[in-house]
Write a protein that binds this ligand. Sequence first.
Ligand code: FES
Ligand code: FE2
Length: 385
Amino acid sequence: MSVVADPHVSGATRFPRDLTRRIVQRMAENSLDTAPHAMAEPASIFTDPVQFERERELFFRHGAHVVGWEGELVGPNTFVTKDVAGVPVLITRDGDGQLRAFLNACTHRGAQVATGCGEARRLTCPYHAWSFDIGGELVGQPEAWGFDEIDRATLKLQQLPIASIAGLLVVGLSDDVDPVGAYADIAEHLEGYGYATHEVVASHSWTLQANWKIAFDVNLEAYHIASLHRETLNPLVMNNAVHDTFGRHARWAFPTRAAAVMVDLPEAEWPEPALVTVVHTFFPSCVLLETPVSCQMFRIYPGRHAGECTVELTEASLRPVQSDEEREARKRGGDFAALIVGTEDFPVAEQCQRGAEAGLNRFVFGKIEPMLQHWHATWRSALES
Ligand code: FES
Ligand SMILES: [Fe+2]
């Protein structure tokens, strides 16, 4: 994977200059942002079934979730479907450009009215062929006389809260969720990345025998890169990381090895985009990872029990795709990421889960892992609130 030059990426600045400056400073000092102290959490947070159920209810069923990019719904009368923590979700854009989200469950008896994504004015349920317009209204009902006592207006698709935050699609899985409020602390820091035009070019998914927090944790520090990713990522990046928190959400960023040239160059001559990786992490469990040439989203959700989770990886193009060649080039970036996490990070996440289930008493998070400290403190206080 080249992280230096790519003919499909414009030179526009995506990364905030002050963030790049801090990374270059850390490279010059050969240091990184740290936490004041090491900390520990009981290993039972990854195995306790009571905690697991509370997290599912509080963080997921009553949470706001980044699920994709607005660029996935490029024109009028388009839709995309998502699995969000086990809930089938349908997102549509109508003829006027209005975004809506629905439970992807037919109001007859629950079958999914759409799969995948595409362009449509009507979505027809495969079971008994009820059809719904892109705004969710029931517009077709074979043998409608059989239901004539039920007010048709009550048979529209069940709506869910949705907002576009700087071009990211944020969905609530219940009516009481305010997606705008949930992302208010970080929204302004997400501007400038062009999410409204990102298109999905590749998807991968896994079911892991690991708690959802362990799968999330593999994305929160570069400390493991020199050992776990010795042959793959270590030749490409360095651990001179900086981090910031925005309420519950957080961001960290670290340089590519090629960025070393920036230490000795005047700022005016720094390459654009900067040769860094920026990772946004959203409550409760979404990771948005950007390199100079790629953008990947990891959505990590609880599985059927505390020791299981699912991971969805989507790779986006940084702008609307112009050609098959460009789509293939972008897809290769997603495949490379999938190969690394699938063969290096996720097997070790499952090992950590086995350690927790074997009776290890605690997990420790060092000063060198400040993002892990932020996330474990955030989940803990969210459970207590
Ligand atoms: S379940 Fe959809 S039409 Fe019957
Ligand atoms: Fe990793």
